[in-house]
Design a protein. Sequence first.
Lengths: 259, 279
Amino acid sequence: MVLDTLQRFGRSGLEFFGRVGRAQLFLFQALAGFPGLVLQLRELLRQMYSVGVLSLAIIAISGLTVGMVLGLQMYNTLVDFGTEESLGPVVALSLVRELGPVLTALLFSGRAGSALTAEIGLMKATDQLSVMEMMAVDPLKRVVAPRFMAGFLSMPLLAAIFSAVGILGSYFVGVGLLGVDAGAFWSQMQDKVDLYDDVYNGLLKSVAFGFVATWIAVFEGYDAVPTTEGVSRATTRTVVHTAFAVLGLDFVLTALMFN
Amino acid sequence: MSDKNNESERGAEAEDILVRMRGVRFAFGERSIIDGMDIDIPRGKITTIMGPSGTGKTTLLRLIGGQWRPSAGSVEVDGVDVHRVGRAGLYRLRKRMGMLFQSGALFTHLNVFDNVAFPLREHTALSESMIRHLVLMKLEAVGLRGARGLMPAELSGGMSRRVALARAIALDPMMIMYDEPFTGQDPITVGVIMQLIRLLNDSLGLTSVIVSHDVQEVSAISDRLYMISGGKVIEHGTPQMLSQSQSRWVQQFLKGQPDGPVPFDFPAPDYAEDLMGAV
């Protein structure tokens, strides 16, 4: 009984480290395909459209909703202390430093990451990757690299849009509906939000999250068991693993950036 | 039969062999799939590898194409050891091979024209007008020039395989491998694909390797047959030689008999004991 448990532990451990090793090897091979993307600009743009532009609606709507809710909640708290003019910087700092990058990464994983995994996994299951190999075309360079780059480039842009739309949402609620002074809203935001400490660090977070979320998505697709169930499991793993990775990484980055 | 075999082996030595497999072994984990196979594929001929399902026929194609690596033995294609040559060498070799997968494996985001143009765009610096001419010629060869604008989802199974065939010959390879080309096709499509394989092989000077268990169809177009089972070559020779073979195994397979040396059932414990055993 104890031996069985130990064996199961050992097997799980070996599987886990095997996957980690494969994921790292996969990353190096995919990164090696990046220089060749200059010859695949059309494909890169097509993937940026699929991964980035088609995610705009969900990102914008979510950003607007989060900004409106944040505006409402913060106003209710700040008004008790008579500091409702600070609504602008409070909302902006929350969005730019934390909520923008983190929520965008989670939404990106659900919308674009799962689609990337399913697409690559299905290409594998229907022998499209094998046939490419047999045509002497490296699927890592032709299929994975443009998708990886597209996700990596799209994520920071989507996070910036999320934060910008969120700020507009809180402006609409705070200034438009609850009567906060518009001048105070914008001027305090301009005064309190630092370009380097807040905006650049937020941007850096979204770059890191974009890299990790896309890496997980394309790896899970490429490593999927080539069956219906295998692709389904890989898609689920993409969303779950990205959530864990983004939240864990967020804590580490926050600790490093903001002490 | 042994004299005949020796004779055919001597004949094979004199032939120009394109693919030479020696002592090839391959296993999935603990399960042995190929257990020491020697196969010679002569240049310019149609060679078919036949055998029951699950005997490693498709595995053989993947070993020839260098997608999988054998645990022992060697696979040479046109004098190049597929599993010892580097990645660049393997890719150079693959540009001279075509492979038709069982499903067709067309790129679902590209239409018929772009599927056939794909290898030309990847590996040549030809102008778009030249690529257009070549693609239309290849599509004409498989009778689908009129379907150039269709997407893979709009094609029937037979049409998909013909488009895949046009794509496989796009770079004028020296060899094409066909994985179960007739499976699941209606009789007319089977006839068309049979004619195409023979026609393309002879007119383009190709070497064709077919993996199939459709006895009648492949016997009609093949120059040489290999019969495999249990990871080994059971018999090989011309279709006539095999049809006259006294081997019970060959006769059972060719005639589709349920009883004989080829096991139909997967290994299992005693039936009565299994039924009476605890749940």
